[in-house]
Design a protein around this ligand. Structure first.
Ligand code: THU
Length: 138
């Protein structure tokens, strides 16, 4: 994957993160999911006063994409942290276990997961690495 593609996805995740609704945890997350056609579906965490009703950024992006008929996802960028400023994200925000399982339902194990603190500071791994011995349909 080209570096520009990675950088663009991180930028879109950072931009989406501004819309995160996280009044309870104050931990704001943005995600940008890329399909093979080049379309990008963003997502943010949307919390709720009934805490378990909240949803993570990655699952928001998947729900948006799938509901619009998208498939063949190739990469997802994830940015998250407590800071309001995008340039001081404290740590890498890795997807939670539920999101890993949901990603696995709709993406191959080859999905590139870009875990970023900024457009220049990121780590790459595959979904397979994040969810070894995954439980799947086959
Ligand atoms: N969260 C995400 O949106 N994605 C992750 O990968 C980790 C956690 C959200 C859930 C909750 O709204 C907040 O971050 C704190 O856990």
């Amino acid at each position: 994957m080209e570096e520009k593609t990675i950088t663009d996805l991180i930028e879109q995740a950072l931009s989406a993160r501004k819309n995160s609704y996280a009044p309870y945890s104050k931990f704001r997350v943005g995600a940008a999911l890329l399909d093979a056609k080049g379309n990008v579906y963003t997502g943010v965490n949307v919390e709720n006063v009934s805490y378990p009703a909240g949803i993570c950024a990655e699952r928001t992006a998947i729900a948006k994409a799938v509901s619009e008929g998208a498939s063949d996802f190739t990469a997802i960028a994830i940015v998250g942290g407590s800071a309001d400023r995008i340039d001081i994200l404290g740590s890498y925000c890795t997807p939670c276990g539920i999101c890993r399982q949901v990603l696995y339902e709709h993406c191959s194990g080859d999905l590139m997961v870009i875990i970023a603190r900024s457009v220049t500071d990121y780590r790459l791994c595959t979904l397979r690495e994040l969810l070894p011995f995954a439980f799947g349909m086959t």
